[in-house]
Design a protein around this ligand. Sequence first.
Ligand code: SF4
Ligand code: SF4
Length: 324
Amino acid sequence: MYATTHPRDYPACSGCSLCRLVCPMWRHRRDPRFSPEGIAKARQNGAGVTELADVLDACTLCGACDPVCPEDIALSDMIMDLRRELELPPDLAVLQVGYEQAAARATPAPAGALLLPGTALRADPPLLAQVAVLLGLRSAEDDGADLAVALEIGGDIELQRKRRFLAAIDGRSLVVGDGLLLRALRRWLPGARLQGLGEALGNLPAIRRRITSADFYVVEARAFHADHARLVAHYDALRKDRGCTMNLDLQRIAMPPRASAYPGLRMGPARDDLEQARWLLQGRRPARIVVEDAAERELLRRVTDVPVLHLAELAALNEELHHA
Ligand code: SF4
Ligand code: SF4
């Protein structure tokens, strides 16, 4: 079993409640148990993982709680570790094996910088091709999508599989489409040159200049919180430069929809991605929505008539205008 280490764990929780301020799970339920503080306090009082199953499932793994905890508890890692102690439903165990077999066929990645697109971007081949061209990057055949799924659903990560994946990408510059995998890679490959997809695309002039003050720009929460201290400056500069609005207001940054793609993950009524997407737009009247994450594009398109574009699609608009 893959094991994580944290700087501090639930015994250090002082009950300050700061994590509730940023937690979309708490906002959605208004129930103190459905918060990082609730989990930490329950563990301090002897609760086992089965008693916490609903809460563990409801967590989006957005990572928003990590940087705010004054006790430096790695809260989302704590939640992922607890998920791994829950028994996986049989359909998810099969899903994980399927990913493992697919990844085992992958050949070692060639030299040079690499794009690790992740499941959501791979599901849209034209968009993936556009992203690869824009960034001038080769897409890795083995992008660790199975590892990202295992992190998400609380599955085990087999050590040999992880070693094989890391050996193929170690020493490369990496642009990573899956925010959860990006966060794990920061821990697995300390010192590696890693960028999230949104940051990499947002720095391209052909894309950046097409972001306007009428846009609502949706930052992908997991990649943002994977390197929060540095990325605050990146997004602040983008917002000032282009005049767009952003989802950087407390819980309303968090909308990772992938967990609900695995319906067997005991999600139940605690999570409602559509409700969360509607809430993200509540009180906002943008002319257009720009997203970093292909999965969030699909989710937002289900709750609004406003055009929702992936960052990479802004460059395509550029070309159309150019050829008009
Ligand atoms: S990872 Fe996000 S949803 Fe989960 S406990 Fe932390 S802030 Fe709440
Ligand atoms: S922010 Fe940290 S110390 Fe404060 S209640 Fe949450 S987990 Fe506990």
